[in-house]
Design a protein around this ligand. Structure first.
Ligand code: 173
Length: 315
């Protein structure tokens, strides 16, 4: 007993050694809805995690630029990142393959997908993939000019790696930007449109500059919580199980997006954004082409893991 007391006095902070604080950065702008929702989750984590684990939200792209968040997590400059895979293809090309998921995150927890993702993320990114927190969400092409067929010839379109090959196949002139730069690019007429999910364009006021949305949507937007692997391994068993339980609870709310997306579609119509749609055969070909190009690109970028990912992500 005496000896324990002696040790406790000797090591400052001994009593608090079981609480860890993780530093988190977001690749999405702070005023965007994803981040508001993520901050609510952090609130929950911190409320119930006293004495075990706390998360400190450092900030958005002003703290670490959108396309550098993955690198910061990989190197341990920050502990946790909130990002979509397309923003960290500079860590590994596999990151962008998650957009091709047809199986849900819940299904991937059961069919080996989650383990495979974590094997790749650990090996190539020094990361742990804690949870997918956006899914059931298609991407669309949004335009300031009208088109009457799936042809983007003569149009300058803002992209991320999500859309590159597909939009190029429709002859678009593409330009990569972080979400935070889209508004200014629209305002200055530098772009005639952009790729983005069906939801959350209002947070960044893009509806002011957007006239059309091309239907149908394609792929499945993914946003995840990723963690530096060394930091993850350094957690105690109690900290790790707490964090994983909270991450899973966050992921388990993904059905939220289904109703939210319906509301967002209506909100776009109310804001005067017109849907451009094609006949059934053209629409079908559009979606199939996106998928075909997506997988061809994925397998070319990762001959090692592309085919394995296809097994667990496809239906
Ligand atoms: O368009 C984008 O910035 C992008 O790639 C993305 C991916 C997932 C969710 C939201 C945006």
């Amino acid at each position: 007993m005496k000896r324990i007391l002696f040790l406790a006095l000797l090591l400052p902070g001994f009593a608090q050694a079981q609480e860890v604080t993780l530093r988190l950065v977001s690749a999405f702008p702070e005023n965007q809805f994803y981040v508001k929702r993520m901050i609510d989750w952090i609130g929950e984590v911190n409320k119930e995690g006293k004495g075990v684990l706390q998360i400190n939200f450092i900030g958005g792209p002003k703290a670490i630029p959108t396309f550098e968040v993955g690198k910061a997590v990989q190197s341990g400059v920050v502990d946790v990142g909130f990002s979509t895979g397309a923003f960290y293809t500079n860590v590994m090309p596999e990151a962008d393959i998650l957009k091709l998921a047809e199986t849900s995150a819940a299904e991937q927890r059961k069919n080996g997908g989650y383990e495979l993702i974590n094997k790749i993320w650990a090996e190539k990114g020094n990361m742990r993939y804690l949870a997918k927190v956006v899914e059931f969400t298609p991407f669309h092409v949004y335009l300031t000019k009208k088109i009457d067929k799936p042809d983007l010839t003569g149009l300058k379109i803002r992209i991320t790696p999500v859309y590159r090959e597909f939009f190029q196949s429709m002859n678009a002139q593409v330009m990569t930007t972080a979400p935070g730069e889209v508004y200014t690019a629209l305002e200055r007429g530098v772009i005639d449109g952009y790729g983005w999910p069906i939801h959350t364009l209002f947070d960044l006021n893009w509806q002011e500059k957007t006239k059309y949305r091309v239907d149908p949507g394609f792929y499945n937007a993914e946003v995840g919580v990723i963690m530096n692997l060394d930091k993850y391994k350094a957690l105690t068993a109690a900290q790790r199980s707490y964090l994983e339980r909270k991450a899973l609870a966050y992921e388990a709310q993904n059905d939220f997006w289904k109703s939210f997306n319906q509301g967002e579609t209506k909100r776009q119509a109310d804001a005067g954004i017109q849907a451009i749609s094609f006949d059934a055969a053209t629409s079908k070909a559009f979606v199939e082409k996106a998928k075909e190009i997506g997988w061809a690109t994925a397998i070319k970028a990762s001959p090692q893991y592309g085919p394995e990912l296809k097994k667990v992500l496809s239906r």
